[in-house]
Write a protein of this length. Structure first.
Length: 301
């Protein structure tokens, strides 16, 4: 059978145009949107991802400040930087990029990101608001999955959707977004047992576990739409996802590519969140969620 390729590039292009239009509007008001990315790792896949954010920001006209604190940065240093950025008026959006150095507790740091600048939904306050259907920035990767499914008109209401991975970055917030769309969601993790038991009967499978080749063709069926969130750098420098694309192609109904799938949309959404945050920060009163954000959240209200 033929497996459809669900490229993220057309959707990313639409978001990029939206960002560029908003940047021009903000510039007329004397505002240049700015995102700050804080990182402290030698992980090459993380550096690859941050470089992609920087390039996309430059194309869109969004300011981008990369703050690389090194792989041995301490928790107090990271905390100080996040506090400073949260208080700095010129910074509209903040991303704390993981992984962090050993011993650094991410949960102690994400709460230091001002909620109005939390464009990647890392602060627990953002996740809590998301859970009860209040306006908040969803983690961009989780929202990207929903946006891709929408773009390619893949129905999720009443469908069996399996999310592989339970991280606070993707798995948990994605399950909330999917529940808001009336999907029947199953979240699998390292203690769930063989994936095939869950994924074989799924209409949609989203893999976000950070393990190359985790999902194989034998784990899915011809009706399954597979969304690969993984980004894993191989020893030769190539980038692969969490799905064994070679075996899934020809078996599943559709598959997102890596690269060129979820990641490209995620980057565009981070910039969209940045300009939305800049727009809100211009007003002394909170503005309502943007049209697209409201669309993601409305069913949870």
């Amino acid at each position: 059978m033929s497996t459809a390729v669900l490229s993220g590039k057309p959707l990313a292009s639409l978001f990029q145009k939206e960002v560029q239009e908003e940047v021009r509007s903000l510039e007329l008001a004397g505002v240049r949107p700015m995102v700050a990315v804080v990182m402290a790792t030698a992980d090459e896949s993380t550096h690859w991802y941050v470089r992609s954010i920087e390039r996309a920001a430059e194309r869109a006209g969004v300011g981008c400040r990369i703050i690389d604190l090194g792989h041995d940065a301490t928790e107090p240093v990271l905390a100080s930087v996040l506090r400073d950025l949260s208080a700095e008026p010129s910074v509209n959006g903040i991303i704390l990029q993981t992984p962090l150095p050993p011993g650094v507790r991410t949960d102690n740091l994400v709460g230091l990101i001002a909620p109005e600048k939390d464009i990647d939904g890392a602060n627990p306050l953002s996740l809590g608001r998301l859970a009860v259907g209040q306006p908040a920035f969803a983690p961009a990767t989780a929202r990207s999955v929903v946006e891709i499914l929408d773009h390619y008109q893949v129905p999720v209401a009443g469908k069996n959707v399996v999310v592989v991975g339970r991280s606070a970055v993707v798995g948990k917030p994605l399950s909330l977004l999917l529940l808001a769309r009336d999907a029947a969601v199953t979240v699998c993790h390292s203690r769930s047992g063989p994936l095939e038991r869950y994924t074989k009967e799924a209409d949609v499978v989203v893999v976000a576990a950070g393990r190359a080749g985790l999902l194989a063709g034998s784990d899915v069926s011809p009706q399954t739409v597979v969304v690969d969130v993984g980004t894993n750098v191989l020893p030769d420098g190539s980038l692969v996802g969490d799905v064994d694309a070679a075996s899934v192609t020809g078996t599943a109904a559709a598959l997102t590519p890596v690269p060129g799938g979820v990641g490209s949309v995620t980057t565009a959404l981070l910039l969209l969140h940045t300009v939305e945050a800049a727009r809100r920060q211009m007003s002394p009163l909170p503005l309502p969620a943007g049209a697209r954000e409201a669309q993601v959240l409305e069913a949870a209200g």
